[in-house]
Design a protein. Structure first.
Length: 452
């Protein structure tokens, strides 16, 4: 009797399984296509919903969309392409499951809702001229950095007449709000001229916005109880040729670190007193702080010492003593740096740089994995082959699953590469078509996330 019952159950389950239609528009990891052993549990219909996503902005002007990819059990599954007014760029996700994406060529910020069913466009908010980077502050407000046209922003008469750039500050809407109420403009704020980046401090509550053309940093009061809330309270002059481009913050020293990329220095700023200290490091780009706050890691590229070879640099700065050490990597233009959650691994992605034979010899297709458990010492563990950058800037995204991390590497070949840590192997190549240099990860209900 039991045997007859079991045979009937298995027959029913097999019939159910065979009747399930697999959507053709979902591209799944090939390693799961062939199974040598099939358990009864896997025959049951899948009822779980998507709760984590990788979002990839497409750079191809014929494909102005944001690719939405479900991430579950280490597998990426293409869900949809969200078509927008123009190509999306830097993006951030909030705890209310709203994605804010800058549309540089449309002078807009797209507000997108994301939930278990996927993503949909809710509204556009007008930004300043050429919005590039976008950030979320500790209170959940959205800050769009508007680079301006030739450094001048025409979002309002004040910014235009002063020949400066601007920041667009946006209030996130509540979770599940109607489209019209999903977000709202707070204000446009004039800052310095040129490309902007930002960082936020909580003690005191301030925003720091760099302006690469003016060689300045605007200090903005971000305390809602203050009479000077959301106004520029000070402008830090970094000196001619500083070229500020990127920030990091050390919880150990309590200081903000500005990458003065053109000058080849790092400027440490006390966020309360605004006292500055200049540290003469090798030329470097946007930095990353180690998870424990003890060290600042800075990527850099030397294109002048050897006319045939680019020499990448990774500088590790002690946040307490400001002593530093540098490692060199021939034929790699080091770009975005990312630590895993416990700081034992550090990843450095390659980008494009140089000219002539420098480009010919350049490795644009590697992700460098370092043992960073004994900083400032770095031990190279592996060079992982991924797709070419074909751009001067490329940015990583990641997620952690206990001791396992997944690193998402965008590439110019239209493929999103997933690297498993700590094995440092490419576990999946998801062909999305187009060209990418940026990606970010969002888990429903979590914040903040940022593409770079």
């Amino acid at each position: 009797m039991k045997l007859k019952y079991m045979m009937g159950l298995m027959s029913l389950l097999i019939n159910i399984y065979c009747s399930v239609t697999i959507p053709t528009n979902e591209k799944q990891n090939a390693k799961n296509d062939n199974l040598s052993v099939l358990g009864l549990a896997s025959l049951l219909p899948k009822t779980s919903s998507d709760t984590s996503y990788v979002l990839v902005p497409n750079l191809d002007t014929t494909m102005p969309y944001l690719s939405v990819i479900s991430h579950s059990n280490g597998v990426n599954t293409f869900k949809s392409n969200l078509v927008l007014d123009s190509n999306p760029g830097d993006s951030t996700g909030t705890a209310n499951d709203h994605i804010f994406a800058n549309l540089t060529n449309s002078n807009k910020v797209a507000v997108i809702n994301i939930d278990t069913s996927g993503a949909r466009l809710m509204k556009y908010i007008d930004a300043g001229s050429r919005p590039v980077h976008i950030y979320q502050d500790p209170a959940g407000k959205i800050w769009s950095m508007n680079d301006g046209n030739s450094g001048v922003d025409n979002i309002n008469s004040a910014c235009s007449s002063a020949s400066v750039g601007s920041v667009t500050i946006i209030q996130d809407g509540v979770k599940g709000a109607a489209d019209a109420n999903s977000a709202s403009l707070i204000k446009h704020l004039c800052v310095g001229k040129g490309h902007h980046k930002a960082i936020f401090t909580t003690s005191p509550l301030r925003a720091f916005v760099s302006s690469i053309t003016d060689n300045t940093v605007s200090v903005i009061d971000n305390d809602p109880t203050s009479s000077s809330y959301l106004t520029v309270i000070s402008t830090l002059s970094l000196g001619t040729g500083a070229g500020p481009h990127g920030f990091s913050y050390s919880s150990v020293s309590g200081k903000v670190y500005i990458s003065a990329q053109t000058a080849g220095t790092v400027i440490a700023v006390n966020p309360s007193t605004l006292a500055m200290e200049t540290i003469a490091t090798p030329k470097s780009g946007p930095s990353s702080a180690s998870p424990d706050g003890k060290y600042i890691a800075l990527p850099g590229t030397d294109k002048t010492t050897d006319t045939s070879h680019v020499i990448g640099k990774v500088t590790v700065l002690n946040a307490s003593t400001h002593a530093f050490s540098t490692v060199s990597i021939t034929d790699v233009s080091t770009n975005h740096i990312m630590f895993n959650s416990d700081g034992t691994r550090m990843y450095v992605i390659s980008a494009q740089a140089g000219s002539g034979s420098q480009v010919t010899n350049l490795k644009q297709n590697v992700l460098l994995s370092y043992d960073s458990s004994n900083l400032p010492n770095l031990t190279l563990l592996s060079q992982i082959t991924v797709g070419d950058a074909k751009a001067e800037n490329r940015h990583l995204a990641s997620t952690n699953h206990g001791s396992m991390a997944h690193i998402f590497v965008p590439a110019s070949d239209g493929i999103l590469y997933t690297v498993d840590s700590p094995s440092d192997t490419v576990s999946q190549k998801l062909d999305l078509k187009g060209s990418f240099s940026n990606a970010f990860f969002h888990t429903l209900g979590s914040a903040p996330t940022h593409s770079h």
